[in-house]
Structures are given as C-alpha cells and as structure tokens.
Design a protein around this ligand. Sequence first.
Ligand SMILES: Nc1ncnc2c1ncn2[C@@H]1O[C@H](COP(=O)(O)OP(=O)(O)OP(=O)(O)O)[C@@H](O)[C@H]1O
Ligand SMILES: [Mg+2]
Length: 275
Amino acid sequence: MAEHTPPTEAAPAATTTPDKGRPVLVVDDVHLKYKTFGGKRRTGSSRLPGWARGFSQGVGAVDVVHAVKGVSFVAHHGESIGLIGHNGSGKSTLLRAVAGAMPVTSGAIYTDGVASLLGVSGALIKNLSGERNIILGCLALGLKPDEVAAHYEEVVEFADIGDFVRLPMEAYSSGMGARLRFAISTAASPDILMIDEALATGDASFKARSQRRIDEIRARAGTVLLVSHSMGTIKETCDRVLWLDSGVLRADGKPDEVIEAYMETQRAKVEASKK
Ligand SMILES: Nc1ncnc2c1ncn2[C@@H]1O[C@H](COP(=O)(O)OP(=O)(O)OP(=O)(O)O)[C@@H](O)[C@H]1O
Ligand SMILES: [Mg+2]
C-alpha cells in the first residue's frame, strides 16, 4: 500500500501496477474547486454604515470549496478500482471530473476511450418516459441511432421495470430509477465505467445482476471505478482501492490493507466522539 503525501508537498508519483493492461486513465495532480455564490459573510461589514450592512451580507459573497487536492493515479484496462472515504471527501467530484462533467481547476485528466458515470442522481429527464430516456441516454453515451435500436430491448430487459417503462420517470420509485440508470449507463459498454453508490440502491436480485454486468464489462477488458460506503461491496468487486481523505489521496493499494487503514481511522473517530 502506498501512503501519499499531503497536498502542500510535491505531488505523489502516479501509481503503476505492472501486471495490468495498458493505462486507460491518467489523473495527474488534479485539483478541483467549487465556487458558491450568495453565501452570507460572517465578518467584514462592521465598517459599513448601518443601512448598508444588511445589504452587503449575502450579496457578492463567494466561497471556494477545495474538494480534490492534488490527486494522481493511473488506472489500467481490466482493473476494478474502489474509491472510499468519508462523506465530503471528494469521491463524487473526482468521478464527475473524469466523466468530463466538471473542468479541472489545475492538473490534467487523460482517458483512452469513453468514460461513463453512473450515479444515483444521474441526469435523466423526469418528465419523459423511460422509453424516451433510454433513447436519449444511449445517444448521449455516443451510440449511433441504429446501435440505440439494437440495444433498446436489452436495456428494457435489464432494467426489468415492466410497463413502467412507458410512464414518465417521476412516477418511478428511487430503486426503479436506479435500475434504469444502471441499464442505460452500461448499454454502451464504456471503456471506463464509473459507478457512484448505485449498488447501494436496488433490491438483492438487482444487486446480483448489476454485479454480473460489472463483471462482464471487466471481462471485456474495461475498467471499473466504484464509489461505495459498503466495504463488503468494495471487497467483492475491486482488486485495488483508493482512499480519499478530505480531498487528498491518502492510500492506493490492495483492498484489504487500504480498507483496514480506513476503518482504523473511522473507529478512532467513533471512539473520540464517545468521549
Ligand atoms: N455543487 C457543489 N457546490 C459546492 N460545493 C460542493 C458541490 N458539490 C460538492 N461540494 C463540496 O465538495 C466536497 C466534496 O464533495 P463530494 O460530493 O465530492 O464528496 P463525496 O466524497 O462524494 O461525499 P459522499 O460520501 O457524501 O457522497 C464537499 O465539501 C462538498 O460539500
Ligand atoms: Mg458522493
């Protein structure tokens, strides 16, 4: 297991795993920041006249959240990589950037092939039917119209939501929505499949089928990046684990070792909160 340096020091060297396929994703010293507008400032208005104070609060206040801080790693064909870390540690942000849905603040991300992000809050259009979302979702993944037609039945079958496929998605339960998102996202056999907590939703039979689908994608020499808070799921699915800790890549290595180190800090936090 490689312990990584904090962000203030030199960027950690990219990890290479010699027995794996060719590199398919390179994340090089990536920083990701969000800017939020309209937050109220706690200080700074005391020198203004009374009438202006209320006005200055909440106007023009910009907060910057530094979500990912100098993360570097290389993923190879055929690898299944788990991404773990406490709430707010930057996991979803990193996946969004790899999927191209968010620009990097600094550093670089290189991908070889199509990277598709499957999230529980993924962008399907709620007031359109499942059918329309399948067609639009597949087109958005880069499938050509004849390929969409060829995959359509397979997606419907995999989602297994029956006649609901004809209804607008706002009529779906969250589990049904997750099934459809999973089915669409995996229709295109992306080279890099990223899954953000999606396996946590859905019932046991859907979880088992999702697991088989992930295995199929890996067998086609694709690469899987999986975010989960379930260490059981990570151990079952992944052969390598990255641990993000407050935006910093704390460890990168074998699942057992990284999970143990992460759990140790979690246990320490629970103990500290009891005191
Ligand atoms: N749209 C946003 N605008 C501003 N800050 C954001 C936004 N999305 C996330 N953040 C912040 O970025 C940081 C990382 O969030 P992120 O969602 O990537 O964490 P995470 O590891 O996926 O957490 P979780 O386990 O809860 O899903 C957090 O401090 C969060 O508050
Ligand atoms: Mg998240």
